[in-house]
Write a protein that binds this ligand. Structure first.
Ligand code: M6R
Length: 376
């Protein structure tokens, strides 16, 4: 049932092109750029009236929510709050016009509790969920199903990229209903979204060996740092969580710009620092962010930190500038800024996987963890 793979996690990492494709299937039109999400059960008026959105989720699903905030705010111009579901009901929260729960299993007790809190305050809840008929989908007033298929490995991989895909389609859908994206932009976005599965296949082909090679030199590290800016910061958090949960190496995700406000003190020649330094050259804010990230990388190398960079394919001069700075660069294909997270998380998953295997850890069943956390 592992289809020839050594672990479910590796099988599920390799299923991501299919998971992403199935999550968009029948929901987008390449011809018109339109997005169709009838199961959300929202009228155009509901969407236009919405003044804010509250997301609650746990773990990896919470990271998807953090990235989703960038997508929804940018495409639909609705302010988004993202909460840990496990914290939500302990502060008499003020939910937005709409609530959104993100959950692979649909059975996470903390996320159910957050949903109940929203419902009790009269806020309709939507769910992005991988299990049809699960507790959270039954209580939700609208659903987007991620069609990743059953996820067995405790470490979430394909469910995460499917959640990012669902959030992107949601953001585009809300933007279309609110008139904050033009039909022309929609068409371009849908065309780019349709390219993602092929790009994922390309990454899976090209980075697995690199990650297994990197694991040789980094599997004995005591700590790891993952850095990213903007929408890439949640991916840094996700890279750190993957490594922690399956290899038991202490890892932290940090916003690249916050390093100088404290964590720079940690850097020495023993510390591996994974920097997400991708960019969308067509997007000025993405380019600016990339340039700032480059100077953060310089700060790390100046203190002898060992940098692994995740970068997008670029022209040779720029590429040599980056590679001159860092110990290793993993290159991924270009995509619009809001879609890059789906691509850049894959090398981080594979790095965590190969390090855990080298350390002899039980990749599919890490100690002290359950696939679905049904207690608060
Ligand atoms: O089923 P859910 O998405 O609600 O689960 C949430 C978290 O428990 C889950 O993402 C957890 O963090 C994973 N083990 C991460 O790989």
């Amino acid at each position: 049932e592992k289809a020839g793979y050594k672990h479910f996690m590796l099988k599920e990492i390799n299923e991501q092109p299919r998971a992403v494709r199935d999550t968009t299937l029948g929901r987008v039109s390449l011809d018109s750029g339109e997005v169709f999400l009838p199961d959300l059960q929202l009228t155009r008026e509901d969407i236009q009236k919405a003044t804010s959105l509250t997301i609650a989720a746990c773990g990896t699903s919470w990271h998807a929510g953090l990235a989703g905030k960038f997508m929804i705010e940018r495409l639909a111009r609705i302010p988004v709050d993202v909460d840990y579901a496990s914290e939500y009901r302990y502060r008499d929260p003020i939910p937005g016009s709409l609530g959104l729960l993100i959950t692979q299993s649909g059975e996470t007790a903390d996320t159910i509790a957050a949903q109940l809190e929203m419902v009790s305050k009269g806020t309709p809840t939507l769910a992005i969920c991988n299990v049809v008929g699960s507790a959270i989908t039954r209580k939700a007033s609208g659903v987007i199903t991620t069609n990743a298929g059953p996820e067995i490995g405790v470490a979430s991989t394909k469910a995460f990229t499917a959640q990012l895909t669902a959030l992107f389609t949601l953001a585009l859908y809300l933007g279309q209903q609110r008139g904050t994206v033009t039909p022309q932009q929609s068409k371009q976005y849908v065309a780019e979204l349709a390219e993602i599965p092929r790009k994922l296949e390309e990454i899976l082909r090209s980075v697995d060996d690199q990650c297994s090679e990197l694991a040789k030199s980094f599997s004995t590290a005591r700590d790891f740092l993952f850095l990213g800016r903007g929408i890439h910061y949640p991916i840094a958090l996700e890279g750190a969580l993957k490594l922690k949960e399956i290899s038991y190496i202490h890892a932290e995700g940090y916003p690249a710009g916050e390093m100088k406000h404290g964590p720079n003190a940690l850097i020495d020649e023993t510390l591996p620092v994974v920097c997400i330094a991708t960019k969308d050259p067509a997007d000025p804010t993405s380019v600016l962010k990339y340039e700032k990230t480059l100077s953060n990388i310089q700060e790390v190398t100046a203190r002898s930190g060992r940098v692994i960079a995740i970068a997008t394919e670029s022209d040779p001069i720029e590429h040599s500038h980056l590679t001159g700075l860092v110990e290793h660069t993993i290159t991924i294909p270009q995509a619009p800024e809001l879609l890059l997270p789906i691509l850049e998380v894959v090398p981080l998953q594979l790095l965590a996987y190969h390090i855990a295997v080298r350390r002899g850890c039980d990749v599919d069943q890490p100690r002290n963890l359950a696939k679905s956390v049904t207690v608060e």
